[in-house]
Design a binder for this molecule. Structure first.
Ligand SMILES: [Zn+2]
Length: 429
């Protein structure tokens, strides 16, 4: 009886998809007995059946059915004791050279990262989505960055935004800016063309002006601690403005931890994803780190670490205050340093947020639904719900209990594809 109901359900689910679409779909899946971390609530839905038709979640229901029979065009996946959650989003990423992209994107999938915001755009990135040799993730591409070398009058601002938009980039990244007139011209052009812009806090632009300008994310938590000399009340005002103008923050703390030599080589060897890195590369990294630390010298290194620990304390307080005031956070690893493994560095970044005082649920939201909201895509992905895209990861352990359990990815669903870790590993060079 139950099986008949299932067949009927699937027939209903297939309505709305043309025959061609159905046979085009590489595969459709029925996930059995899966525990869902839906993210729209801080909860777990135990023993669920999830049906994925093409790139969509078409049914979620209690799974009480023992019958296991093949269904036309649908494959069963036994998910007993496994956890299904939205794919992770790395919101501060830098792509490598084009010939290294296949490995880079595959490593991201292996770490459960299905969406990436590229923070240093290049014209070559526009080819990625057309390249059949590359794994297809959700990519949000920035145009080549704006820097202080450029004087931006109204006409230049309009042309930068128009060309970026026409080329297929989805936002502008600002590294630095020549002067306040260049900034206001750029902000006005972005507003006229409804084109997002974001980037570093800018030393020559006041934070209130920046926060009110339409700038939609600040990288590395720049601009807050720098204003502490104006007093706590002033920084509180900046935090309130951040919330009011819906400016997201992407702290990228892991980048600083590595940059300030905070971890010994022994600790670095415990980082996630290292098993995918060639021994020769690790030897090269160790040599570079040792040489760098020797050059700095023990006492300077100690001093440098102490300075960083102080700064980290201040930034952690700001991070917690942003959350308390309902400002939104994104998670981005800014990977690229030695021992910062693409995709896997995101978990390290998430752990920094947890150490700062956020709950695991808050950190998981920042790495999923917040990113979707930020990209205006929350109707499509970021939670596990019917009619959302199957942008999902399957884990062997529960990350709400321990974020390290994100290191147990078993498979990913993205763009109508399901890939197991084994399949992904076979695609690595
Ligand atoms: Zn960066």
């Amino acid at each position: 009886m139950r099986f008949t109901i299932l067949l009927l359900t699937i027939c209903i689910l297939q309505q709305g998809f043309s025959q061609a679409e159905l046979s085009d779909m590489s595969k459709n899946y029925i996930l059995r007995n899966v525990n869902i971390i839906p993210i729209n609530k801080d909860t777990i839905l135990k023993n669920q059946m999830v049906i994925i038709t093409g790139n969509k979640i078409t049914l979620i229901t209690d799974d009480n059915d023992k019958a296991f029979q093949p269904v036309d065009r649908y494959s069963f996946i036994d998910c007993k004791d496994k956890f299904l959650m939205p794919g992770l989003a790395d919101m501060h990423a830098h792509f490598p050279e084009y010939n290294e992209l296949k490995n880079y994107l595959t490593l991201n999938l292996l770490a459960g990262v299905t969406s990436i915001r590229s923070m240093r755009g290049d014209e070559t990135h526009l080819n990625i989505k057309k390249d059949k040799n590359l794994p297809q993730l959700n990519l949000y591409l920035s145009s080549p960055p704006i820097t202080k070398t450029l004087t931006i009058d109204k006409k230049t601002a309009d042309s930068i935004v128009t060309v970026s938009k026409e080329n297929g980039f989805v936002f502008l990244k600002v590294l630095s800016i020549k002067d306040s007139l260049s900034f206001t011209n750029l902000a006005a052009a972005c507003k006229t063309h409804s084109f997002p812009f974001c980037g570093h806090g800018l030393s020559n632009i006041s934070m209130p002006l920046l926060l009110k300008s339409g700038y939609n994310s600040i990288e590395h938590l720049t601009g807050y601690a720098e204003n502490l000399n104006k007093g706590d009340t002033y920084v509180d005002k900046l935090i309130k403005l951040t919330t009011k103008h819906k400016v997201y923050n992407c702290a990228t703390e892991d980048y600083f931890e590595l940059g300030y030599n905070m971890q010994s080589i022994t600790d670095l060897k415990k980082r996630n994803g290292l098993k995918y890195i060639a021994d020769t590369t690790i030897v090269k990294w160790d040599k570079e780190i040792t040489e760098d630390q020797t050059k700095i010298g023990d006492s300077k290194l100690k001093e440098q670490r102490e300075t960083y620990i102080k700064m980290r304390g201040i930034k952690n307080k700001i991070l917690v205050s942003l959350v308390k005031n309902n400002a939104q956070l994104l998670i981005g690893a800014d990977a690229g340093s030695n021992y910062s493994i693409p995709g896997f560095a995101l978990l390290e970044e998430m752990k920094h947020h947890s150490n700062a005082g956020l709950t695991n649920y808050q950190v998981l939201c920042a790495a999923t639904i917040n990113a979707a909201k930020y990209m205006n895509q929350s109707k499509k992905w970021g939670t596990v719900e019917i009619n959302k895209e199957a942008n999902l990861i399957l884990l062997n352990a529960n990350p709400l209990i321990d974020l390290n359990n994100l290191n147990s990815v078993e498979g990913v669903f993205i763009n109508s594809e399901h890939k197991t870790v084994k399949e992904l590993e076979s695609g690595l060079k």
